[in-house]
Design a protein around this ligand. Structure first.
Ligand SMILES: CCc1cc(N2CCCCCC2)n2ncc(-c3ccc(F)cc3)c2n1
Length: 258
């Protein structure tokens, strides 16, 4: 890929990662990047390892990508960690998955504090085990005053149920006289979603070659740039994230216009 540097065309493949990062930071960085982290089971299968080994390696990738996103100046990183459909998985796998937040936060929270990272979540935490909820709430409490990157975990999250819940709340407000039919518009709907306080995603990344949304942020992704890669999530690197951002910066977004 070629980029303009000081009036000259530069082949970025000849640059170091650091040089490419500096170049990328001279152009608009996507404020909100959302990632569907696919390919963990396949990564393990390729190595004749149990699926949970892929999930554990995937957790390390979350740490690595969080560091790099923070360095790049990304404001919000939303990662789809557990969907409402994932409850159909075997119980031992779910039990393992539900311990990952405890391990992640136990080892990474000090560094996230140093990096001024704030931990948030979207989804319904009530069905998560007590130890998972405890780790999550403690991390959100400890980091709530941080003003750097927002690391936003989608946990027990499903977009359709998020939208139904928003509609029910708005209907209840109309019944209670707190809203009128005229108030109901796209902005009103957006303000009733779990992401109301966040900018809409500028860039969606999905790994492992799957090309579908899987009930993820369906309303919020209306004008988002999509970037799909065959790379399996445990293999996803800083280089992959930078490539997605560089590709994003090449696109001129129209928001439906010309
Ligand atoms: C509860 C399911 C789950 C799965 C999971 N995987 C497995 C699936 C996708 C790949 C990444 C590794 N991770 N990775 C980090 C977390 C995490 C969640 C909340 C939090 F506050 C801190 C860390 C995580 N949570």
């Amino acid at each position: 890929m070629f980029k303009k540097l000081l009036g000259k065309q530069v082949n970025i493949n000849t640059l170091s990662l650091e040089e490419r990062v500096a170049l990328s930071k001279s152009e608009p960085i996507p404020a909100h990047v959302a990632i569907i982290m696919d390919g963990n089971g396949r990564w393990a299968k390729k190595r004749a390892m149990p699926r949970v080994a892929g999930h554990h390696e995937g957790m390390k990738t979350v740490r690595k990508v969080t560091r790099f996103a923070s360095d790049l100046g990304i404001q919000v990183l939303t990662v789809y960690a557990f969907s409402t459909e994932n409850w159909k998985r075997p119980k031992p796998e779910i039990d393992f998955l539900m311990r990952l937040p405890v391990e992640f936060l136990g080892s990474f929270l000090p560094e996230m504090m140093e990096r001024n990272v704030r931990v948030e979540m979207i989804g319904d935490p009530s069905l998560l085990p007590a130890h998972t909820q405890k780790a999550l709430y403690e991390a959100m409490e400890e980091t709530k005053h941080n003003t750097g990157l927002i690391l936003n975990f989608a946990l027990n999250y499903g977009s359709r149920s998020e939208m139904v819940s928003a509609m029910k709340t708005m209907l209840q407000k109309v019944q209670d006289g707190h809203l009128t039919m005229q108030d109901i518009n796209e902005e009103c709907m957006t303000s009733h979603l779990m992401t109301a306080h966040l900018p809409e995603p500028d860039l969606l990344i999905r790994t492992s070659g799957e090309v579908r949304l899987s009930n993820f942020m369906l309303w919020q992704l209306a004008y988002t740039e999509f970037w799909f890669t065959d790379t399996l999530w445990p293999d996803f690197s800083e280089e992959n994230l930078l490539e997605a951002v560089e590709n994003y910066q090449k696109r001129n977004r129209r928001y439906g216009g010309l």
